[in-house]
Ligand binder design. Structure first.
Ligand code: SF4
Length: 93
C-alpha cells in the first residue's frame, strides 16, 4: 500500500496495473481517447481523470464478465486485461 515513489510528479504517464477481482487491468494511457465507453459499461470500475483518460478503481465490485465487456467496448483497445488465475491476457485477445 505504501507509495515509495519519491518523485513529486503525478502518476499520469505510467500505465498502472490494478487488480480487480481475478483480473489485472491496465489502461494504455497513450491509446485512451476518453471515449468513456468503458465508463458507461462498468462505471464502478472505470472513471475518467482530469486528463480525460480512463483510470481503474481498485475497489470495483463489478463482475468479471462486465469488466471484460467494458474493455471490449473500448474503440482503441486501450484496456488490457490479464486473468491472474491463469496468467493469460484475455483482452485484447
Ligand atoms: S473506452 Fe477506451 S478510449 Fe474510452 S475512456 Fe475507456 S479506455 Fe479510454
Amino acid at each position: 500500500m505504501a507509495d515509495a515513489n519519491p518523485s513529486p510528479a503525478p502518476q499520469m504517464d505510467t500505465d498502472k496495473e490494478v487488480i480487480v477481482g481475478k483480473y489485472k487491468i491496465k489502461v494504455l494511457r497513450s491509446a485512451c481517447i476518453g471515449a468513456a465507453s468503458c465508463v458507461a459499461v462498468s462505471p464502478g470500475t472505470f472513471s475518467l481523470d482530469p486528463q480525460n483518460k480512463a483510470v481503474v478503481n481498485s475497489g470495483s465490485t463489478d463482475v468479471p464478465e462486465n469488466i471484460l465487456m467494458a474493455a471490449q467496448s473500448c474503440p482503441t483497445k486501450a484496456i488490457v486485461i490479464i486473468d491472474t488465475e491463469t496468467g493469460q491476457q484475455v483482452w485484447p485477445a
